[in-house]
Design a binder for this molecule. Sequence first.
Ligand SMILES: Nc1ncnc2c1ncn2[C@@H]1O[C@H](COP(=O)(O)OP(=O)(O)OP(=O)(O)O)[C@@H](O)[C@H]1O
Ligand SMILES: [Zn+2]
Ligand SMILES: [Zn+2]
Length: 805
Amino acid sequence: MAQIGQILVDVPTMQTNDPYSYAIPTELEHQVQVGMRVIVPFGRGHRLVSGVVVGLSDVTSFDGKLKPIETVLDLAPVLNTELRQLADWLATTTYAFRITCIQTMLPNLLKTQPKRQVQPTTTLTPAEMATYFPEGAPRDFDATKLDDATVAGLLKLQRAGKVEVVYEVKDKAAAKTTTGIAPALTPAKLQEIADKVAKRAPKQAELLVYLAQMPADKVVAQAAVAKKAGVTPAVIATAADKGWLTKSTLEVYRDPFHQPVTPTRALKLNPEQQVAVDRITQAIDGQQSKNFLVEGVTGSGKTEVYLQSIAQALQQGRTALMLVPEIALTPQMVNRVKARFGQRVAVLHSGLSKGEQYDEWRRIDRGEATVVVGARSAVFAPVENLGIIIMDEEHESSYKQDENPRYHARDVALWRGQYHHCPVVLGSATPSLETRARAAKGLYTRLVLSKRAKAQPMPTVHIVDMREQLKQQGDSDFSEPLMTAIQERLDRHEQIVLMLNRRGYSSFVMCRDCGFVLKCPNCDISLTLHMDTHSMKCHYCGHEEAIPHVCPNCHSKKIRYYGTGTQKVQQALEKLLPTAKILRMDVDSTRRKGAHERILRQFGEHKADILLGTQMIAKGLDFPNVTLVGVLNADTALGLPDFRASERTFQLLTQVSGRAGRATKPGEVYIQTFNPDHYAIQLAQSQDYERFFVTEMHMRHQGNYPPYYFAVQLTASHEEEAVAAKAMFQIVAALKQGLSKDAIILGPTPKAIARVKRKYYYQVVIKYKQEPQLRPVLEQIRQAAQVPARHGLSVTIDSEPMNFM
Ligand SMILES: Nc1ncnc2c1ncn2[C@@H]1O[C@H](COP(=O)(O)OP(=O)(O)OP(=O)(O)O)[C@@H](O)[C@H]1O
Ligand SMILES: [Zn+2]
Ligand SMILES: [Zn+2]
């Protein structure tokens, strides 16, 4: 038996990747397993902290007296071997701490320390009930407070699959348990009693007859029993007293998607889809960790390829993991998966309550859910025996986490594909340059869907030169050709999607006399006017203040609103088109839970003519009646000081254009721009991804950017600008000394938005091709930043950042 546990402790201020040794007290000897969470005393003060067991051994090199493990938090490991290995890999590749990586993998509920309870999973014998649940089930579980025999006994039952630990969930959706009923006697015996009491107590007899025909190992909800047997709860209570039945706690899963879905069956594939499915299923059958890029134009039926590939994995007795950019924005995708695979689907995302998350996580853990759909963090779902991993819209930047660990879900997916010997399918109409370049190198097999699913034509895209419009009709958000097109659709009862790349009412407030712009006191950015709340808001830190009516600088009354926002556009549209019904979808209109889904459902049911929104409406929507898409300002992203600006613009315009004309009626798109000659806009017009890829690769080559170079971004932040800047200069000195002459070091510079939430940000970007010393040098920088003297300074390392801003 192991006497020593290697524990990774969770102490944020003193992090290390090395575990500490702790003694395992005899009473916990049979309980501690690798992958369990524990509570241990730490440091001089013996402060209790949580940690994770990463190893067990008999001897240690530590010759002092070891502190003992205080409590074990789990009856079974929460991290299996795969996830532990994954955490180690993640820590190395993202320059994060192992414990941070582990925390990221666990569902939210397990990160806190909720009250734990044990409950039976099947009907226990009366003796077992009497010994372990003298006061009924569930009972509180705290290994420090129970005697050894009870802990050992419960552990034995747990290994036999008869009891389990559940976490008390304190949110609103909690207490999703109900009383369950199971027969306590044999059917024959129950029938015998029924016959005896039939005359005197007919209701009890009815209940007994019902119990007699219940399957012996099944627990049924009390409410259901009462209904089916036609008896009141009082009759059931009497039966319990007489020992005819046992009561237990029955878990009810919360269903996060309450909408009933109509089941669907596999569609007949078109030839290109068939080729794609064949190639992917070959890899599934052959248990090959082969990776695919499904490059399919908008509306080409990528989803059907995913679904039929998943079906094949399930048929082989394996499981499937499907990643989507954001669950709230893609309810249609979730519904399609549910419609095909029903109860086997678990959905994971941050919009779920803690209780719902925990339920889904447990259904996966128990093997009840074999298809997992979720956003970024779902890539860590504890699914065993994976047969396929799919990442839809693989180009989306939301797959990269912008806090520690700064991982990209794509890299994790590829790692897991290798581990499970299963294919990883990356899908998009506009793949990221990195992915497309890797496919060109043969690292991924490229599967092309060049036409729409039923060979519908791609939409016709018009570019509207807003410089000309400005000359002809003055300053307006709507060009004449776009307005004409909108009116035509309204007349024909067809629907319209309008995208504006900015939320709020108008972008900023400026004084016409002195040019003063109202800025956030905490951040280096102008405040945005919000008409619904009648206030000025900071989109970075949430600061809010009243709308000024006189200039705070020169007291002039000529203070005006500039730029445009979704709310302003909505008002203007309502004036121009008084009969049109408009739905607005942006961060402000979707704050409430389920709001995205509701807006999209209303639009799908044609309760509105126009869906006006920010870029959140560009993704994956499949509405057959949409025949017109308008982009009001195509240029906002182009102006950003970022090497991915063109790529982002091309992707966004191509994706949003793809919402038009997906069914029988042809689609049309109007893109309003001040840069009609820019290649990203021109190639979005022809929806020519391949040409864009070649053109953009050339630009990246010229500028020494990814994917030709690897990149790492370091950021230092502090409330005092001088401290942040000084730290960055020291870091740059260390880099210059440690790295080769071939590494390109850009900076230090203030970040594009130099001050956010009262902190100043300085950065440096390293571009490199081969740099064997990079890892140790960065490790040193990371350790140096941790010393207490650098109070309040935070240094982050971001490998392959999404932008250089
Ligand atoms: N083989 C098929 N036969 C008939 N209809 C199909 C077939 N495959 C897909 N479809 C239909 O074509 C439409 C577009 O498919 P889907 O939404 O999967 O496209 P997509 O490639 O994901 O597009 P986007 O990238 O724009 O989201 C859907 O309504 C889908 O039901
Ligand atoms: Zn702010
Ligand atoms: Zn002024």
